[in-house]
Design a protein around this ligand. Structure first.
Ligand SMILES: [Zn+2]
Ligand SMILES: [Zn+2]
Ligand SMILES: [Zn+2]
Ligand SMILES: [Zn+2]
Ligand SMILES: [Zn+2]
Ligand SMILES: [Zn+2]
Ligand SMILES: [Zn+2]
Length: 1752
């Protein structure tokens, strides 16, 4: 108390001064003065240090309050000239708000972008605007914001249509051009201007202030003390752990405080860690610096005077205030913009806004964030000033980026990140290009920051350091800016724009020249390379630039003049790059087949070659555009076509392609993985558009301008195959003398690759401009070829297709014409299947197939053909014609060199000579021939009447080979091959070719004679042949099918035989299989005789089916009968704590050491569940198995510290058969034999006997107590039939006894979370409890699944329940008899008041099923000493009836007030029950008086009781059925009416339950009175305890919204509960109770049993007794946790429209709740299978085992 008061002393001294302060007077004074600036500064100098930063612990609330009163209020008064509350309200009223929404996103908030209407993907809407917009009906993308950025609603440039939501729809009457200042008085404008100028200047002065001990002039404090702060700043170099560790040392704080400091430093960018005099702070500083400077630059620390810190605090506050005030009026906003951008005294770029931007990287994070926010709410919201600001931003661009590069903070907290807001506005981007030359600036800045070059000036990333790598990553953001600038293409070009764009292109080409030929490789021979060269940097650069390159081309495509100029520039650049083209490379002449060509000698395998050729590729792209836009035909005179040297154009791309071929051929193995990776990316979907694809186009462009023979000879030469095909006798032998197998193999692969390349050059015509196709044909073809491999999910297809700069693949437009969608089930995902009619477009040699894709597709397509009964040939598909510029490419097919090569390969195939050819080679040759034939057929069909088709492939292949002597023609060779026995697979293809040749010949002949019928005629003929062929094949296929079926039948017959012989082996698995089908179970349950009604409890109970129970051990396969005296058989079991049925999750966990579990509260808050996979073993077999597992684990842990999915130390193991997680075993026990009892005592008689027995036990137990409490030695009431001294013999064999202890101890250990102690008297209680809880949970499950009570459970659950019940009735034999009897006595006392038992719970605090199960199971220990002939059955029945009455009373006491329902009418059928229940109720009222409300009719009461008691009765039926082994009535095997009567009958109850009471009224009346008079009853009824009403509803997982973004939104406003309003990074939702948690974060770690655990694990222990089900909202991922060490991720119940989940929220498709899947998760939870599921997941995926689940 005293301390608190002395603390308050300082401020209270100030208080008087503060109280006397008048904001109004101060403002009035200010209005008079001439130098307002000086006056205000004086005011601030005086007050700010008195308000802020007065001690070590800041108090932001009171600081802000004082700041509001003393600092802001006078400013507002001055501004308004009147009371600000009225003044600001007026402003707001007159305001015409901007149509821009401008909502600034929080971290994690959902944002929406329309994929149809957004100008680019950076245009986003906030949730509110989105829901009110037209786009919610469109195809949209949903993402979570990384913070910063704002809603673009209302920005007409951001949206192609629907720019406004309903809220921001402009009012048509408003003219938006109006100047907002028009509504303001000049006075007001002037005042406003003054205030803003001073305040903004002050804020800028203070935030950019870098002196630690001084203040700017005018702000010096009147009195300054020796008070300093030691300020710690954030950096991105040191880790959290380092900072925490250092702080603990430096300022001597606890770890907790250090964590909090570190968190704040990370969030705000700085935090004072010490307050005191200068020396004190300086000392802390030196420790921090010393401690953190070892490996890196030290943490930044400053010792700052408190007044400096105070002013900086207020400066931030002032910026907030400005942002707040301009929110009232657009006019004020505009004035602030004007103030901010006004040029300062230092001229250009000296405005306050400039000053802030240019000091950005020097400010701490918190300050940056605040001023960035102000920029967003001011400059960016005013369209006029946004432009001016953009210009300033562009002017400063280079410096800002350089500062950013030097800084180490993330980009989101850099002012450079505002570029996205400015550059993506199309008009703005264009203005900045033309006026500020922005494009050039960006590229220049970029190039300047990449400094590592080689001698030729090319980039060199080979040896770059971590530091450089870091810079390289930062510099990449510039490419992002360039992308923004280019993302919207101009619709109109001005001359200025052309000029600046081309200037930008020039700079861009400069960049490209640095890349052309970078990172060259040389083939390593002999030795393997020593160090993998760095390759990623170059590829990162290429990848980042990919979209830029494409966009540049698209810009060029919008203007012919630009295109022509760009083409020229690019060609010049290429020529420049290749100026040394032939240097040192000897010219040679190649000749073949009568053709010859000059080229150079160059071997890829011997000289330098580079994969990076951006200049060539850009030229290729532009060349295609020339063709596509027909510029090449319309303005040939403007193009430098004559300068083109085709061999030069193709040279480098060809080398690159040859490199790939050689790598495939294994020639570059010694160059290591870096080359393999480069080749991979070269073809990869992320790069190929601007790499591989363009190289191919360049080859096509070059080849189209060359003689095809020349082209092919150069290709042969670069492939280093020229010598093979040019040799005179190449047909005869190729390398026959070459015995080096490797070389032969290499050459084979090279030939295959080369043939493939030729196919691609001639066949790839789907790029618009190369071939005559539409834009969408290309994408269609890609999809078709993906789906030819197999059906694919939407996301798989997206991944296989290139995305453009807008992250679109264009797939949606065409997918439906090539594929059909198949919806997913409860698991799996939706799939697209290829439409059958599209299969004919399949090209086996599709250029984007990898080798793996190709063989998979081939297999799939052949299989499809086989299924359709078609031939197996996979001929090339029909192709679209080439564009004129490329048309000459077809001639490659019929040129002499190619025919020579084809002939050679065919000849080799005819005479295979020891592996010097390959089937793939032949297959490619056949494909090429097919292409030639199709081309000819196509041309013939399309030729006009008198036009002669010059393409005559059939003629060429019919001609004999030319050189050297006359050799067989291609055609002749094919005919020859048709019968070759070794070419079976290719026969269909050869046949197809020959048929084509025939059909084309017919076509030609017909054309020659009568043209008119040609096409259709020949076609018809061909078809006829086809049909006949088809029929034949169909017949064969049918026969094959019949044969298959016959074999299958034989096989299954054999199998059946086998099963019969090995019956036991299959027993288990079959049972599992059919368990739910109930065929096997219903047999067992079928009644013995149909006429006798079945009864499961009491003296009249039906006899159990007497059958020997024989089971088989899964480990040794031996059979064993279940008998008390035989070897123990056990069931693998898993015991776990559970809160699944809890009705009270707020109940704190019990103290395990002192908790008394005898009575279960009806809220069922904690239970123990036992489950089993149903697999049976000998106990000794299991023990041996478990010991082996233990030993193995020990060895494994010693060796390599691997974790397993189960914890052996904790007794866990996997079932040896099904690998189900288990932690104990339940012994199987024989059923009890029904006692053939004759006369049994009635209730009265029994109560007497029981009372006597209890008395006897009381006294016997008292005797046992060591110190005879001085009580009178009571005479043991002689009950001759109760042998209290008799110690019964356990009927069980030693192994069974042992297992009784094992299971009991396990249940005790797990259920109470204590150390095992088999002596603890609570062991049997826990077992009974687990039996009752498991029964209840299964009963609930059956209701929830709408399944009948009996016959629908899988065997394993039946077995589990039986063994649990029987175990329960036997477990007393393994415990101390007096303690079990003690439990019995206390249990009975809860029903029948017993003066000797002091504390019995009141009837409202007892779960009756638990009581029933416990009392029945514990009775065994009493009965063992009974010799009166009293049967167990009779006792069971009496207890059952008694507890049933108690339960009814319990319900009557808790039945809520009467609900008025319309259907309240009784048909008289249950009139008797209603009257009886009224009578009972009134009796209760006489005992309890007004605590019970009056009830008019019995109808309501009877309804309540009847529905409330049903779960109890069903539970009791399950219990007695399994305990006594009585068969079940067939009516309960189905969900039919009349269940009530059958159930009552089975339980030996009258169907009017009230008769239980009324028939024994006199005996029960005292009990009733006893129950009601328990003080707990009255207390609870008056609201003093937890009142549970019956029936207890099944618990469900929480309701989830249909739209996932609602969850994201909910999570985005969730703040960490521990770190004061901070956003949580991993908000995680508990699906059980709906709590949101701050997971996976330091701030919310807590200690649990001496270990730090994350919020989820901690919550799991409170909410789910160790088991948790969560939804990680940011990840869209379900998390299962169990204990501290187990966990797994599970597919979320949210699917997109394509039936796929989006774990990690990467794709952004809208997600909707799939109720089916959510129900599946709920079912896992309800049936206690979560831990089991985790076990299976971890077994399947070992990486899950290593995760530190407890930190989540
Ligand atoms: Zn909005
Ligand atoms: Zn809006
Ligand atoms: Zn839209
Ligand atoms: Zn065995
Ligand atoms: Zn199993
Ligand atoms: Zn929870
Ligand atoms: Zn937290």
């Amino acid at each position: 108390m005293a301390a608190a008061e002395s603390d308050r002393e300082v401020p209270s001294a100030l208080c008087t001064e503060f109280l006397n302060f008048s904001a109004k007077d101060t403002a009035l004074k200010w209005l008079q003065v001439t130098d307002l600036y000086k006056e205000v500064y004086q005011h601030l100098a005086r007050y700010v240090p008195k308000i802020y930063c007065l001690g070590p612990n800041l108090n932001p609330q009171s600081e802000d309050l004082l700041a509001q009163l003393l600092l802001q209020a006078p400013l507002e008064w001055y501004l308004c000239g009147e009371d600000p509350s009225t003044g600001l309200a007026k402003l707001e009223q007159n305001n015409q708000p901007s149509q821009l929404c401008g909502h600034v996103f929080r971290v994690g908030e959902p944002t929406y972008s329309c994929r149809e209407c957004a100008a680019d993907p950076t245009c986003v809407l906030c949730m509110q605007c989105f829901l009110g917009s037209v786009h919610k009906e469109h195809r949209y993308r949903m993402t979570t914001s990384g913070g910063g950025g704002f809603c673009d609603c209302g920005d007409t440039e951001a949206w192609k249509k629907g720019p406004y939501c309903q809220k921001h729809e402009p009012n048509i009457s408003d003219s938006c051009q109006e100047d907002p200042l028009a509504h303001l008085s000049t006075d007001m404008i002037a005042r406003c201007y003054n205030v803003f100028a001073i305040v903004l200047k002050y804020a800028v002065d203070m935030l950019t202030w870098d002196k630690e001990d001084e203040l700017p002039p005018g702000l010096e404090p009147p009195d300054r003390g020796d008070t300093y702060y030691c300020m710690l700043f954030n950096d991105e170099v040191h880790t959290y752990e380092q900072v925490i560790y250092t702080l603990q040392k430096a300022v001597n704080c606890t770890q907790k405080e250090a964590v909090s400091f570190a968190t704040t430093v990370d969030r705000d960018g700085r935090k004072s860690v010490r307050f005191g005099d200068f020396a004190f702070c300086e000392q802390a500083k030196s420790v921090i610096v010393r401690n953190t400077s070892r490996q890196s630059k030290p943490l930044r620390v400053q010792v700052m005077h408190s007044s400096v810190v105070a002013h900086q605090c207020f400066a931030l506050k002032a910026l907030h205030w400005l942002g707040h005030v301009i929110g009232y009026s657009d006019a004020l906003r505009r004035i602030l913009c004007q103030v901010g951008l006004e040029r300062g005294p230092e001229g250009e770029n000296s405005s306050l806004v400039d000053t802030l931007m240019l000091c950005d990287s020097k400010m701490w994070k918190g300050a940056r964030n605040v001023y960035h926010q102000l920029f967003m709410s001011s400059l960016l919201m005013d369209l006029k000033y946004k432009k001016l600001f953009a210009i300033q931003f562009a002017k400063n661009y280079r410096r800002l980026q350089t500062d950013f590069m030097e800084d180490d903070h993330e980009r989101v907290v850099s002012v450079t990140s505002l570029s996205v807001q400015l550059f993506t506005v199309p008009t703005m981007a264009r203005m900045l290009i033309t006026e500020e030359n922005l494009m050039t600036t960006i590229i220049r800045t970029f190039v300047d920051h990449l400094r590592h070059r080689d001698l030729q000036g090319r980039f060199q990333f080979e040896r770059y350091t971590a530091q450089q790598a870091f810079k390289f990553r930062r510099v990449q953001s510039l490419i992002g800016d360039l992308k923004y600038v280019l993302i919207s293409r101009p619709t109109e070009w001005s001359d200025q724009l052309r000029e600046k764009f081309l200037e930008g292109l020039d700079t861009f080409l400069e960049l490209f020249k640095c890349m052309q030929g970078m990172d060259p490789v040389v083939r390593q021979v002999g030795q393997h390379i020593e160090m993998e060269p760095e390759w990623e940097a170059a590829f990162t650069l290429q990848m980042k630039l990919t979209h830029i390159i494409s966009m540049m081309q698209e810009w060029c495509a919008t203007d012919e003049r630009v295109l022509i100029e760009a083409y020229k520039k690019c060609l010049t650049a290429l020529t420049h790059c290749h100026s040394g083209f032939t240097d040192g490379e000897q010219p040679i002449t190649l000749s073949m087949c009568g053709h010859s060509v000059d080229t150079i000698r160059y071997c890829v395998s011997q000289e330098k070659v580079s994969i990076h050729l951006p200049v060539s590729r850009l030229l290729a792209g532009l060349h295609v555009l020339l063709s596509k836009m027909e510029v090449a035909y319309r303005f040939p005179e403007q193009l430098p076509l004559s300068e083109l040297s085709p061999p030069m154009l193709i040279e480098h791309p060809l080398r690159c392609l040859v490199l790939c071929a050689q790598v495939h051929a294994g020639m570059w193995r010694r160059n290591g993985f870096s080359l393999v990776n480069q080749i991979y990316y070269y073809h990869n979907v992320k790069c190929r558009v601007e790499m591989f694809d363009k190289d191919l186009i360049m080859l096509q462009a070059g080849a189209s301008m060359m003689d095809p023979n020349h082209f092919l000879m150069i290709v042969l030469s670069r492939f280093e195959l020229y010598h093979i095909f040019s040799s005179a006798d190449c047909r005869k032998s190729y390398n026959r003398e070459n015995t080096n197998k490797d070389v032969v193999q290499q050459n084979n692969t090279l030939i295959e690759e080369m043939l493939h390349l030729i196919m691609m050059v001639v066949g790839e015509r789907f790029e618009a401009g190369v071939g005559q196709v539409e834009g969408c044909d290309e994408i269609k073809r890609e999809i078709i070829h993906q789906l030819c491999i197999r059906p694919m999910a939407h996301s798989e297809l997206v991944k296989a297709l290139p995305e453009n700069e807008n992250k679109e693949t264009g797939m949606e437009r065409v997918i439906d014409c090539v594929a059909s969608f198949k919806k997913p089930g409860v698991t799996g995902r939706g799939l697209y299947e290829l439409r059958p009619e599209c299969a004919k477009q399949f090209n086996l040699y599709f250029h984007h197939y990898s080798r793996a894709d190709q063989s998979k597709a081939e297999e799939a397509q052949r299989k499809l053909k086989r299924q359709n009964g078609e031939d197996m040939a996979l001929p090339p598909p029909m192709l679209p014609p080439f564009s004129p510029l490329f048309a000459s490419l077809v001639n490659i097919l019929q040129c002499d060199v190619l025919l020579g090569m084809l002939g050679a390969v065919l000849q080799w195939a005819v005479e295979p000579s020891g592996g010097h050819w390959s089937e793939s080679m032949l297959q490619r040759v056949l494909h090429l021939i097919g292409m030639g034939l199709l081309e000819e057929q196509q041309q013939l069909k399309n030729s006009s009447e008198d036009h002669d088709v010059s393409f005559n492939f059939t003629l060429k292949i019919s001609r004999p080979g030319e050189a050297p002597s006359n050799t067989a023609s291609v055609l002749a060779l094919l005919e020859n091959l048709q019968n070759a026995p070794h070419l079976e697979v290719h026969k269909d293809m050869i046949r197809w070719i020959l048929k084509m040749v025939a059909s084309i010949k017919t076509m030609r002949e017909l054309t020659a004679s009568t043209y008119t019928v040609t096409a259709s005629g020949s076609h018809g003929q061909e078809e006829m042949v086809c049909d006949k062929d088809k029929a034949e094949r169909k017949r064969k296929a049918e026969m094959a099918r019949l044969r298959r079926e016959k074999i299958m039948a034989q096989m299954s017959e054999m199998q059946r035989h086998f099963i019969n012989e090995n019956k036991e082996l299959f027993q288990q698995s079959l049972e599992e299989l059919y368990a739910s089908a109930s065929t096997s179970t219903s047999l067992e349950h079928s009644p013995t005789s149909s006429d006798a009604a079945l009864v499961c409890v009491g003296p009249r109970r039906s006899r159990p089916r007497e059958k020997r129970q024989v089971v088989t051990c899964i480990l040794c396969q031996e059979e064993q009968e279940i008998r008390a005296d035989s070897k123990a058989m056990v069931l693998a079991a898993f015991v776990q704590r559970s809160t699944v049925m809890s009705k009270n999750r707020k109940r704190p966990p019990h103290d395990p050491e002192h908790y008394d579990p005898l009575f279960m509260h009806p809220d069922l808050s904690f239970g123990t569940h036992t489950g089993s996979c149903g697999h049976i073993m000998h106990s000794h077999c299991w023990q041996r198995y478990f010991e082996a597992v233990q030993a193995k684990e020990q060895r494994r842990q010693q060796r390599l510290r691997v974790h397993t999915s189960y914890d052996v130390g904790n007794g866990e193991f996997l079932c040896p058969l099904c690998e189900c997680l288990s932690n104990t075993v339940i012994p199987l026990l024989p059923g009890t034999k029904g006692s053939n009892s004759c006369e049994q005592p009635g209730l009265g008689q029994w109560l007497k006997i029981s009372g006597q027995q209890i008395k006897a036990m009381h006294s016997a137990h008292r005797k046992l107590q060591p110190v005879g409490v001085d009580a009178v030695e009571e005479q043991c009431p002689a009950t001759e039939n109760f042998r209290i001294d008799y110690t019964p013999m356990s009927p069980y064999s030693s192994t069974i006894k042992e297992m009784l202890t094992t299971f009991g101890t396990a249940t005790y250990k797990v259920g109470l979370k204590v150390h095992p102690n088999e002596q603890d008297p609570r062991v049997p209680i826990m077992c009974w409890g687990s039996c009752a809880y498991t029964i209840q949970s299964i009963e609930r499950l059956l209701v929830d699944e709408e399944k009948p009570l009996f016959g629908s459970l899988p065997c394993r659950q039946d077995d589990c329940l039986s063994s649990l019940a029987r175990f329960g009735s036997a477990c007393w034999t393994a415990a101390s008899q007096p303690s079990v009897q003690g439990h019995y006595i206390r249990l009975v006392a809860a029903l029948i008041p017993d003066p000797q038992v002091e504390t019995s719970p009141c009837i409202l605090d007892i779960d009756m099923l638990h009581l029933l199960v416990s009392v029945v199971l514990s009775y065994g220990s009493v009965h063992s000493q009974d010799s009166s002939g009293l049967s167990v059955d009779a006792v069971q029945l009496h207890f059952f009836h008694l507890i049933t009455v108690a339960h009814m009373v319990q319900m009557l006491l808790t039945s809520g007030p009467e609900e008025v329902t319309m259907e309240q009418e009784s048909g008289g059928a249950e009139r008797e029950e209603e009257e009886d229940i009224c009578a009972l109720y009134n009796t209760l009222r006489t005992h309890l008086g007004s605590s019970l409300p009056e009830v008019a009719s019995g109808w309501h009461l009877w309804r309540c009781v009847k529905t409330g008691i049903l779960p109890y009765l069903r539970g009791a039926a399950l219990f007695f059925h399994h305990l006594n082994g009585v068969p079940t009535p067939p009516e309960l095997h189905a969900l039919c009416p009349g269940q009530w009567e059958v159930l009552c009958g089975y339980l030996s109850l009258p169907s009017n339950l009230l008769q239980l009471y009324h028939s024994q009224k006199e005996l029960l009346e005292p009990l009733l009175y006893g129950w009601c008079s328990h003080p707990g009853v009255r207390q609870t009824l008056q609201g003093g305890g937890v009142l549970v009403s019956f029936p207890r509803e099944s618990n469900s997982l929480i309701d989830l919204p249909d739209d996932y973004s609602a969850l994201i939104n909910q999570a985005s406003s969730f703040t960490c509960p521990k770190s004061g309003g901070d956003k949580s990074r991993a908000p995680t939702l508990c699906l059980v109770c709906g709590s949101m948690l701050c997971s996976q974060s330091y701030c919310c770690q807590t200690e649990l049993d001496g270990e730090d655990v994350g919020a989820c694990t901690a919550h799991t222990f409170a909410c789910g007794a160790g088991v948790g089900i969560f939804l990680r909202v940011r990840e869209s991922q379900v998390l299962f946790l169990s204990g501290k060490t187990k966990g797994c991720f599970y597919a979320p119940p949210y699917l997109d429209d394509y039936g796929e989940t989006d774990q990690g929220l990467r794709r952004g498709n809208p997600l909707h709740l799939c109720r089916q899947r959510y129900r599946k998760i709920q079912k896992l939870w309800r049936q206690h299978s979560v831990t089991e599921e985790i076990g299976h997941a971890q077994e399947a995926n070992q990486t899950l085992v290593g995760i530190d689940w407890q930190h989540l």
